[in-house]
Design a protein around this ligand. Sequence first.
Ligand SMILES: Cc1cc2nc3c(=O)[nH]c(=O)nc-3n(C[C@H](O)[C@H](O)[C@H](O)COP(=O)(O)OP(=O)(O)OC[C@H]3O[C@@H](n4cnc5c(N)ncnc54)[C@H](O)[C@@H]3O)c2cc1C
Length: 415
Amino acid sequence: MSTLELGRIIVVGASMGGLRAAEQLRSAGWKGELVVIGEEPHKPYNRPPLTKEILARPGTLEESLQSTALRQRASVSDAQWRLSERVIVSDLRARTVTVDSGEHLEYDGLVIATGIRPRRLQAPGPTKGRYVVRTLEESRALHEELSSEKRVLVVGAGFIGCEVASTARQLGCVVQLVEGSRGPMHRVLGHEVSEAMRNWLAGQGIEMVNGSYVEEFLTGSSPDDHASHARAAGVRLADEQELAADIVVEAVGSVPNTEWLENNGLDLTDGVVVDSRMRVEGAPRVVAVGDVARFPDPWSGGELRRIEHWQTAIDTAKTAAKSLVASLGGTEEPAPFSAMPSFWSDQFGVRIQGVGAPHRATSIEVLEGSLEDPASGVAISYQREGETIAVVNVGLPAGRLVQYRDMLTKITSPA
Ligand SMILES: Cc1cc2nc3c(=O)[nH]c(=O)nc-3n(C[C@H](O)[C@H](O)[C@H](O)COP(=O)(O)OP(=O)(O)OC[C@H]3O[C@@H](n4cnc5c(N)ncnc54)[C@H](O)[C@@H]3O)c2cc1C
């Protein structure tokens, strides 16, 4: 029998990317052992609702888990799920990983699917009363705090920050959103659309704060505030503005989970660098998927980038699984990765959807609707060097994006 039947593939990271990679390994012909190791105690669940429905809704952790659990194909029912276990070290030359109990596990192939964690603000001050949202537990813990009239300060106005702000406001909280030196969702949507969204968010009752770095977390003066119980009661920004709050949510970007891959000679600058087939450079029989993978994105002129979008975890898993099975004796080498990036976000019941690489555009054109009133439905195309490289829709039915997506594919589909 061949390695395809007798070997072992280890998937590190038991979330969207890890699950989809395991399923795609089976589809690509892998019949051997599949071991999925994940540090969270749960089987894979969906993260997008954590800042939306799950954050808004009362209910137990168990109920939230049930409603977010990702459906699994029968083909991975025989996979060995090692949950609540963390890989702490790897030796890619010896083909082993070591989990936190000290156990070494050998593999024939390895999938890196360890994703990212929220970046934390390094400013001094109390750590209590400060929240991030990446896991189900974190979303539930924040929900418990979000009651009417509570003052919620969200630091960071990317998609996560804007979604938390929107949900908190809808629950009746008094919300301030610190947007940094550029506007909300600026990194993805660009200046003009970010400006339009800023005005719209403000119109929904969110106080936009044009501040920059947090210098210090302020301590409240309630009777509970002896050292061990002190809670953050706001922040002082670099420009000396002081903002009071009952809770602070940090939404200031992410850090790839790659520490366990150190000392293997890999390029771990902002994720794991892979080639166009998701193979880790410098490590045979190792692939990476999802938020942690930094790959040459043909929609961005081949620029190496990580894409923290749900659909990218699915798309990269397909290519990575085929590559890995091919390197272990399978026959089907995948085509270079070329999936069009796509994303969505929901804020105040309005859907924002996009395809392509809007961050590279040099100009935009409004295709329908008006940026003055984005929630009533607006479609924006993004141009660079005479080509349409992205489309973003706000408040329009999903089908409309499909129509624009086709237009985009014809113009910029990579070779
Ligand atoms: C709150 C939230 C809302 C989102 N909303 C949207 C949205 O609206 N639209 C959209 O397109 N995308 C959204 N996303 C992004 C989308 O959820 C991610 O792109 C997707 O989860 C990436 O999956 P992943 O498996 O690569 O990484 P992750 O989901 O981060 O999973 C990585 C897993 O690996 C585990 N792990 C890490 N290190 C180790 C280790 N050493 N050993 C073992 N296990 C380890 C982690 O605990 C985690 O379970 C959202 C993300 C979040 C957090």
